[in-house]
Design a protein. Structure first.
Length: 105
């Protein structure tokens, strides 16, 4: 009985460890590249060599407003990647932008 409990515990640990490695490896396959535009910045997200997201305007904001600087574009690109890795929709809403202090004008 004790052996079964021990083996079950080891099995669960190995599965959890494998899943955590998978998420780390998945995160490493995404890359955010900021792009300079005539009026500001945007970002592209790649998985390997495939372009997944081409975002040249601040998402979740009315109008076509680019990011004011490269750092803000990178911050939101990283947020989108984290959502993709977690298996969530990569949406960005107004509260995300406010919480991350993204310039909206």
């Amino acid at each position: 009985m004790m052996l079964i409990v021990l083996l079950t515990g080891i099995f669960i640990f190995l599965i959890a460890y494998s899943v955590s490695l998978w998420k780390v490896n998945d995160l490493q396959t995404f890359e955010v590249k900021t792009v300079q535009l005539p009026q500001g910045f945007g970002y592209h997200i790649y998985k390997g060599e495939a372009l997944l997201v081409k975002q040249e305007f601040i998402p979740g904001v009315a109008g076509n407003i680019p990011f004011k600087n490269e750092i803000e574009a990178q911050i939101i690109g990283d947020l989108v990647v984290s959502k993709l890795v977690e298996g969530n929709l990569p949406t960005v809403n107004h509260s995300d932008l406010i919480g991350l202090k993204i310039t909206l004008k």
